[in-house]
Design a protein around this ligand. Structure first.
Ligand code: OAD
Length: 243
């Protein structure tokens, strides 16, 4: 396929690459995306009740249980071929991985220092904001259906993910912006490109001179700024690019 060859060429000539991933890159590991009309999490669950501060305040147990069940499902999943190809790419060219995913699969596939813009579902932090942050497993859960208490200040612990209306970590954002400004090529994989500010990163990379490559099975909001669009599943396309 000529487009595949073009992207291989772009990668070959690049000294810095950014890989920007979304839920679609985990789909072939068995983790549902957010906006698929049938299986998407936000097609089946109410984001306002489950992924906002107000939702947690209204019903902390409901929110804690939902994240616990997602965490348990994710622990059963393995990184797929796309993840392994991205890790391989990192061993060949200076590549920064920036992900919107909270499932931790980049790290489990051996990726070096992935930037997790939206946090990580296996971590928790203090809901009252005392600054405590740690592994969920380190918390003493009296009842698995009830959010444990923050070990430092006794408020509720919450999942260490970014909810709607919340700011991203400034450190993560600064690193992601710097990587996008420095990149020659930005691979955009498995994201609808609808959630800002994350979805603005490929445009930033492009305005700083990077070639944008969008990879996914359906049209996305980011196709317009792409030099090449590769229509296909990440687990099939990525291994072809990094073989
Ligand atoms: P979406 O569910 O919005 O988009 C997933 C994209 O992946 C769609 O474009 C699908 O067509 C595509 N896709 C599906 N299967 C694929 C496959 N096998 N290979 C490649 N692509 C595939 O997910 P995101 O864009 O990640 O926020 O959503 C962005 C944010 O919205 C998430 O990080 C989450 C959510 O609310 C937080 O958790 C804070």
């Amino acid at each position: 396929m000529a487009d595949i060859d073009r992207v291989r060429e772009l990668l070959h000539g690049a000294s810095k690459v950014v890989v920007f991933t979304g839920a679609g890159v985990s789909a072939e590991s068995g983790i549902p995306t957010f906006r698929d009309a049938l299986t998407g999490l936000w097609s089946n669950y109410e984001a306002e009740s489950l992924a906002t501060e107000a939702g947690f305040t209204a019903d902390p147990s409901l929110v804690w249980r939902w994240y616990a069940s997602r965490r348990a499902a994710i622990r059963q999943c393995e990184p797929n071929a796309a993840y392994h190809a991205i890790t391989r790419l990192q061993s060949r060219v200076d590549t920064t991985v920036v992900t919107q995913n909270v499932d931790g699969l980049h790290a489990r596939a051996g990726a070096k220092d992935p930037i997790e813009l939206h946090g990580n579902i296996v971590r928790a932090r203090c809901f009252a904001g005392c600054g405590w942050r740690g592994d969920v497993d380190a918390l003493e859960a009296v009842d698995p259906g009830v959010p444990p208490h923050c070990p430092r200040c006794d408020a509720h612990a919450r999942p260490d993910v970014v909810w709607f209306g919340e700011r991203l970590s400034e450190v993560a954002w600064a690193r992601a912006e710097a990587a996008c400004r420095a990149a020659d090529v930005c691979l955009v994989i498995g994201t609808s490109g609808l959630v800002h500010p994350a979805a603005g990163l490929p445009a930033l990379a492009r305005s700083a001179g990077a070639s944008i490559v969008v990879i996914g099975p359906e049209a996305t909001r980011l196709d317009d700024i792409a030099e090449v669009v590769l229509r296909g599943r990440a687990g099939e396309v990525l291994p072809l690019l990094v073989s």
